[in-house]
Design a protein around this ligand. Structure first.
Ligand code: FAD
Length: 295
């Protein structure tokens, strides 16, 4: 039996693709490719399926019908360098195996994330977790200067503490969230795609989306057919709730979107008649817009 390999992926091994000011994503190793998914699925379905469906058709069928375990036969191991505030989001993905740089054992390098002024934006009024409009340049500059100054002060205090003999595990308390950490991250393809579905999404913080894009670039090379199916049936798809289905039925009968929302009980206004800025009705209209933009 020959070990499956992808020459383009082999060339990526060990290459550090830069992300943010000091971060990177590097593929350390991988196991399997599209053929491994097919091989695992055919154990379930039997060799006879080959004549019925080609490999691409089978992989697309598996993804559409959430037959997930064949996708777990492909594994990836990455080395990632990332700011602690992004690592805290990333580590929530519990299905990966992680080994992180130990700041108890080693001294933290003097590297912190310093966003460009264009990335320092106003708190979003629609998304409590996000940022949107530009700030006046002097405000963005002041934030950036403050971040640079306080980080330098924090690192100087950290070095002083180490020099004074304070244990590394205690001295590190002086370092803020913008400092960088590093880890090995090993995950199977199915859970990697789940990570990407959440972290490529526009609701995810921009910085983690940049890392997700690098992870996606590797996954696409190792498993192009599975990745294409993921783009088709997950990333590019729009799911509908039962009520949204009722609203679509009303649209098909010629109702306006607002009337369809009313029919389906998807609220667009408050009790006092003022328009809602968020909620199921607003999200349904956003879905319609997204579908319209596919034209
Ligand atoms: C835009 C965005 C905003 C977020 N905001 C917040 C926030 O404000 N506060 C916050 O705390 N978190 C927040 N999160 C993190 C979020 O709640 C999840 O913890 C994170 O996205 C990981 O998702 P997951 O559990 O599906 O992934 P994984 O941990 O990778 O798990 C994959 C799947 O495995 C299954 N699974 C894994 N472990 C278990 C378990 N123990 N029990 C049952 N099933 C399990 C689940 O089906 C899960 O979907 C946010 C995430 C996103 C994307």
């Amino acid at each position: 039996m020959v070990r499956p390999s992808v020459p383009e992926a082999d060339r990526r091994i060990g290459v550090r693709y830069p992300v943010l000011s000091h971060g990177f994503v590097a593929l350390v190793d991988y196991m399997g490719n599209d053929a491994s998914i097919v091989q695992a699925a055919r154990v379930s379905y039997g060799a006879g399926t080959r004549s019925v469906r080609d490999d691409r058709g089978l992989i697309r069928y598996l993804l559409r019908h959430r037959h997930t375990t064949p996708f777990e036969m492909v594994e990836f191991k990455f080395l990632v360098r990332l700011p602690i505030y992004i690592a805290r989001q990333w580590i929530r993905h519990r299905t990966a195996s992680v080994n992180e740089y130990s700041a108890r054992f080693s001294v933290m390098p003097d590297e912190f994330e310093l966003p460009a002024e264009s990335e320092i934006r106003r708190q979003s009024s629609r998304n409590r977790q996000g940022r949107d409009e530009a700030l006046p340049p002097d405000v963005a500059r002041r934030f950036r200067d403050d971040l640079a100054r306080t980080s330098a002060e924090a690192y100087a205090a950290y070095q002083r503490a180490l020099k004074d003999g304070v244990a590394r595990e205690t001295a590190r308390l002086l370092l803020p969230l913008a400092y960088y950490t590093e880890w090995y991250w090993k995950i199977d393809l199915w859970n990697l795609l789940h990570f990407l579905s959440l972290r490529l999404d526009p609701h995810a913080q921009e910085e983690i989306r940049l890392y997700a894009a690098e992870i996606a670039a590797t996954a696409r090379i190792v498993c192009p057919i599975a990745f294409e199916a993921f783009e088709e049936f997950v990333l590019g798809s729009t799911s509908l709730s039962r009520r949204e289905g009722v609203a679509v039925a009303a649209l098909l009968k010629g109702a306006t979107p607002e009337a369809a929302c009313a029919t389906a009980g998807l609220p667009l206004v408050r009790d006092d008649g003022r328009p809602l800025a968020s909620g199921e009705g607003v999200e349904f209209l956003e879905k319609l817009e997204r579908i319209r933009s596919l034209d």
